[in-house]
Design a protein around this ligand. Sequence first.
Ligand code: URA
Length: 270
Amino acid sequence: MESDLTWRGVEIDGWTALALLEWQRELGVDEPMLDAPLDRTDLPPPPKPAPVMPMTAAPAAPMVAAEPDHADFQNEAESLAASAQTLDQLAEAQQSFDGLQLKRGARNFVFSDGDPKARVMIIGEAPGEEEDAQGRPFVGRAGQLLDQMFAAIGMGREVPDATRAIYIGNVLKWRPPGNRRPSPDEIALSLPFLRRQVELADPEVLVLMGNTPCLAALNREGILRLRGKWVEAFGRPALPMTHPAYLLRNPVAKREAWADLLSLADRLKL
Ligand code: URA
């Protein structure tokens, strides 16, 4: 086999080149890094480090800007949320916020559903798979149960009468991977937007569906103890309830959820 290859000044024929290639492949080399082979045994010595000069001036500032940290993102979230004057502006501001990694993995931003003029705002945890696919909160199995629960007291997200309408949002607006629980940092970075969403929608009462909204709005957990007792959240009456996903797994708890719905209907004088 003809070849014009040389290795360290020695001409090698095609068979030898092939054998060398095969030998490298057996050693695990599977990707050429450079166009020409680099003989690291034959490199010039590295340059000597520059002598250290006595310090006469303050050290130069680092050339690379520091990555924003959690506190920077928290401040940004606060100011973006505060500058929104309408729910549409708030949705746009939150969607533009890059402080949450979740945004990169999610398919859709899930802000709200239902009637923003409703007397009741329901706050859930975060979008799941179906919500992520459709860009609407509570549209999966838990969402269907939620619709049935509220229909039982004459309320719903598509009811034209605002006195019986509901408005729905979540603490997080992007789906956490694998539907894991939101982390404390994710809740903290989402909280300014949620607080502003409540202010702008201005519902008469809130329903906190499950532990995550209780943690976000009340800084308390333990939904089985909290449920059914009226508290104050974001400056208005709020009713913690067990999440419909929990009710799907524990149907016996539906009896207590029904009592909570009746308490809500009573409060609204429906
Ligand atoms: N669970 C929630 O808390 N929110 C949704 O939007 C869907 C499921």
